[in-house]
Design a protein around this ligand. Sequence first.
Ligand SMILES: Cc1ncc(C[n+]2csc(CCOP(=O)(O)OP(=O)(O)O)c2C)c(N)n1
Ligand SMILES: [Mg+2]
Length: 555
Amino acid sequence: MTRSGGQLLVDCLCALGASKSFGVPGESYLAVLDALYDTVGRFDFLLCRNEGGAAFMAAAYGKLTGQPGICFVTRGPGAANAAIGVHTAMQDSAPMLLFVGQVGTAMKGREAFQELDYKAVFGSVAKWAAEIDDVARIPEIVGRAWTRAVTGRPGPVVIALPEDMLTDRTVVPPLAGPAEIAEAAPSQAAMAKLHDLLDAAQRPLLLLGGSNWHDGGRMALQAFAEAADIPTVTAFRFQDQFDNFSPVFCGEAGVAMSPQVRRLIAEADVILAVNVRLGEMTTAGYSLLSVPQPRQKLIHVQGADSELGKVYRPALGIHAGPNAFAAALRPVKGGWGAWRAEARAEYEAAFAAPEQPSPVDMVKVCAWLRGALPDDAIITNGAGNFTVWPNRFLQFGPKARLLAPQSGAMGYGLPAAVAAKAVYPERTVVCFAGDGDFQMNCQELATAKQAGAQPIVLLLNNGIYGTIRAHQERSYPGRVSGTTMANPDFVLLARAYGFHAERVSRTEEFAAAFERARASATGALLDLDISPEAVAPRQTLSQMRAAALAAKETA
Ligand SMILES: Cc1ncc(C[n+]2csc(CCOP(=O)(O)OP(=O)(O)O)c2C)c(N)n1
Ligand SMILES: [Mg+2]
């Protein structure tokens, strides 16, 4: 039997276990679209409105499921739009495959219509970038791409598809299925050394990251931390990877790090960092651990050897997957109860914040949501000051998930919520969005409607690019430049896309509005009236300005 390269590609992806893809069409990959004509119901193509939205959906799908999120886009312009999702998947360590059209092989190198050198463009953004130049090698390249996306430190792979590679015919059969790659396990000698280091610790800290966890591994690590009384914090935007209700959970080492997490990292003498990329946010700008030799004894456990010793010289580096590592842990001496209890008390106290100077008070809204959200809710957000509410004022139990970009990319939240709703139609999916953030990808409301994957959007509408305004007031007080928005009527906009939508003008209206949103079969958008003054939970915009002006006067 012969088949086209496009069919072979799609048959390989089906064999590997793909069931969904996201994309925007292009004439450069018609043969793939044609192959997808026959896979509806088995391997669906969710038609998106912008490649940026499609790539975010694929990145979020990968983060949520651990399987590569698949995205199809056209040449040059489509690929350029999709770049934001590739970068986000890389920083998030999320498995993703981006398939991009390419000019026919006979034209390559002439700067033909929409031509790009994908290996050069994505070479430093993606985990791997490749181009197929022989139709018979499609199974080999696609199989390698899939494996690279999910193993070690997961990430995005970009594959360029010259047009003739998709239309050429071949007798080569598709892959039979995914390769089973066993997780790397730690040696007994390494575990003995780890236990020696922990037994000698006065103030140990467990620092935890995401990717490739299984429930068993997660539970084993939690049981270890609880038995040993080791305070546990998660890396930036991975707070859903450890049960927040556990008495050892003490917060997230992320942007605008809370003082108690900062103190835990700074004062720890031994840090057991599992599955963590020790990035700028998690280390407070590389200040809490000094580069390259941290004062704390660092035990760094990673599924990818490329992360070990990348920035920090560990006292002990262990090349192992998180689940195999967790399974190899044995009880330790412990005795750190007081150190752990103090940190936990500070974490719990941080939910109390002053009354907000805003028609809708997010401290109260989040307190209500903590009681009302189902335990398997999926929360998403993009970037902006509003993310403090889903990231610091909600709690994630073992079944809840947070899809939030480590890249700090605005516009991620809505596409991520659409992808989550497409995977889990029965779960409550809530996207927190800023008014600036939302407008980066609000066209994906149409994707959501068409796919029947409509989440609840909580739009925190303060009329400003709050994060930047806050920085502006601190550095150039009173000189507002380029940070005020004239916004559309978001309720009308959402209704035009077929969503239930309401304006919420007072805190007291929120609970009932949320219940109506949850009951709506069409998803919903709640346009929350947030004062620009309430740009941060513990300091108003005016206070930021006044403090900066006062500092200038005394300078
Ligand atoms: C794609 C992208 N563009 C620009 C930025 C820079 N940036 C970070 S936060 C922010 C403002 C976000 O505004 P909004 O969504 O309204 O949230 P708010 O801060 O007002 O709560 C901007 C412009 C970014 N992180 N990502
Ligand atoms: Mg805003």
